[in-house]
Design a protein around this ligand. Structure first.
Ligand code: BTN
Length: 268
């Protein structure tokens, strides 16, 4: 296990990223952060408090949603997780994912002057290609979030060959989309500030501020989509989201259905 001695970067945020640790290599920043939180033998380990962040140059076992692998080659992306004790009920955990998606969109706008879209629930897209994924993992006790680890992976510097080599379909990087190659730390600085700014709305229960921004960037609203959840696969019109982060689909018989987990893809 690689040692974490002291925070090695100061990004000047008030809560999210108040302490930021960096590793050259790690299995997965989510996995490592959860290990650090849950480890019983704490000798030599930093105290993990609200806002603690961990980022790495590469992940050897990066993880995505639904047990997918997240390929995270060295210096090709921003691979970062942060820890929160948000004091929220379990069913409100969606707001943490929305927070991250909104902060990523705003960061990409600020750094690259491009306006990405958000594909429900948590993919950030440019030109319909995925440039970022978010993995929120919570520990729940008595219906309350004891703690959450939110992992953000932003594809920065991959070439098309890199994705093809790993047989990753539907993905792109900011290098491919803009021709600009940036160090992860430059994007991290902006992202932590955006996360920190938007987190005020989580802390003060003003979720609508995040949800409204999320909606302003939502991809495929009004389109015919295919929605999959477990073994269920349905086609319908994506009408938008409700105030609990649920997806609203209009079925062929015009009835509305809501979903709180699953995956969405455009039909065609
Ligand atoms: C997805 O789209 O399925 C979510 C991908 C999340 C990837 C990030 S990279 C940093 C953090 N560590 C991980 O292992 N996963 C998340």
């Amino acid at each position: 296990m690689q040692e974490l001695s002291s925070p090695n970067h100061d990004f000047g945020t008030s809560l999210i990223g108040n302490r930021v640790y960096h590793l050259e290599t790690v299995t997965s920043t989510n996995t490592r952060l959860l290990e650090l939180v849950e480890s019983e033998d704490r000798s030599g380990l930093p105290e993990i408090t609200n806002g603690f962040a961990l980022w790495a140059d590469e992940q050897t076992a990066g993880r995505g949603r639904i047990n997918r692998t997240w390929i995270s080659p060295k210096h090709m992306g921003l691979w970062m997780s942060f820890y929160l004790q948000p004091g929220l009920e379990a069913h409100k955990s969606f707001i943490l994912t929305f927070l991250a998606a909104v902060a990523v969109v705003k960061s990409v706008q600020q750094v690259y002057q491009l306006s990405p879209k958000i594909k429900w629930p948590n993919d950030v897209l440019l030109n319909r290609q995925k440039i970022c994924g978010i993995l929120t993992e919570t520990r729940v006790i008595n219906e309350q979030i004891e703690h959450a680890v939110v992992g953000v992976g932003i594809n920065l510097n991959q070439t098309r060959d890199e994705f093809d080599k790993n047989k990753v379909a539907g993905a792109s990087s900011l290098l491919i989309e803009t021709g600009r190659r940036l160090a992860a730390e430059e994007v991290l600085r902006v992202l932590l500030k955006q996360l920190d700014d938007y987190y005020v709305f989580v802390r003060t229960g003003r979720f609508s501020k995040i949800i409204e921004t999320w909606k302003a960037y939502a991809a495929f609203v009004g389109d015919q989509v295919v929605f999959s959840s477990g073994t269920e696969k349905i086609m319908g019109i994506y009408k938008g989201i409700d105030n609990k982060g649920g997806l609203i689909i209009e079925m062929p018989d015009r009835s509305l259905r809501k979903f709180y987990s699953g995956s969405l893809s455009p039909d065609g």
